[in-house]
Design a protein around this ligand. Structure first.
Ligand code: FES
Ligand code: FES
Length: 161
């Protein structure tokens, strides 16, 4: 990656299907880059220490805690945030639709992270069981729902993904 004046780097990566070129400070986290530089506010800042899952995003198809990753590590890679998830028809992703249909959202703060975690699970294991879903979502803290509706919505969406 090319270093430019003042210690910044030139970053080239894909964000939600579009190639972008940005100057980036070396100490910037991926979460700061997503929310503040790209203005994509669906990715949430919770604990800031890798404990809550609110900040999950997909990097090369895998879920990462964006609060723990440096933005410069995105060089040449593909970032997908909650705003970049789409259904086959270009509309809402089946996980997003199912969460709405099932009323699996209360305040909604944790939900982008939960949906990213579920999408990453389905990409690596399309035949995930309910136990796999529960295990995957242990890294996502929800203060409102008690998890039952969330797990059930993820299970229902699995057939539609
Ligand atoms: S904000 Fe990143 S895990 Fe909580
Ligand atoms: S719906 Fe409020 S934190 Fe999960």
């Amino acid at each position: 990656m090319k270093k430019i004046s003042g210690g910044a780097f030139k970053l080239k990566c894909s964000v939600n299907g579009r190639t972008i070129n940005r100057e980036i400070e070396p100490g910037r986290t991926l979460l700061e880059f997503i929310r503040e530089d790209l203005g994509l506010k669906g990715t949430k800042e919770g604990c800031g220490e890798g404990e809550c899952g609110a900040c999950l995003a997909l990097v090369d198809g895998k879920a990462v805690n964006s609060c723990l990753m440096m933005a410069v590590q995105l060089q040449g890679r593909k970032l997908v945030t909650i705003e970049g998830l789409k259904g086959r028809d270009g509309g809402l992703h089946p996980l997003q639709k199912t969460f709405m249909e099932e009323g699996a959202v209360q305040c909604g703060f944790c939900i982008p992270g939960v949906i990213i975690a579920a999408e990453a699970l389905f990409r690596k294991n399309p035949a995930a069981t309910v136990e796999d879903i529960k295990l995957e979502l242990t890294g996502n803290i929800c203060r409102c729902t008690g998890y039952e509706k969330i797990i059930s919505a993820v299970e229902k969406a699995q057939k539609k993904v």
